[in-house]
Ligand binder design. Sequence first.
Ligand SMILES: [Zn+2]
Length: 217
Amino acid sequence: MNKGIILISGGLDSLVSLGLGIEQYEIKLGLTFDYGQKSAEYEIKASKKICDYYKIKHKIINLDWLKEVTHTALVSSNELPKEMDKNSAKAVWVPNRNGLFLNIAGAIADGENFDYILIGANKEEAQTFSDNSKDFIDSINKEFKFSTQKKPEVIAPLLNFDKNDIVKLALDNHIPLELVHSCYAKGEKHCGKCESCKRLKNALKNNNDEYYIGKLF
Ligand SMILES: [Zn+2]
């Protein structure tokens, strides 16, 4: 019996969502999307390691065409933003990303009989990315009532948490943060400068976690 799918990018939020949700939602499959983002190779590697760690299947979905309609710094040669504000959200926006990802997962859930789809949407990113908000998750759940027969439920376990809380949850629950790859840039190691690295580093600092700062940066 299939139960849960998780959207996994290899980053902090998807790792912690998986670590917290694996038993409750019987997660069996991780989906990673390759849309030509600079960090795709490293996100895929990290996601694979995380799926292996939790002993779930891993599937990569190629979305080559999405790169062609994405003109922001995540895929283009534009410089990645270093600040965390409305403008930076614009600079790394991927057209309808979470909507697309959830709908693809919805099709797999409908076709292969999964009940749940987990996503690492969270309070902190919802402030700049509207497709991380509770309203958005609610609207996709409404949509699936019409667009699927299985009517899978989208679960976002981190919706009420910011990055400090998420790191704390990871530490409290012994979730292996050394497996994380949360960087927007192209490189094996975290660049430490992009918005995503800064959010992670700040959250580790705020939790007084020197061990993972040393390990990841
Ligand atoms: Zn980075």
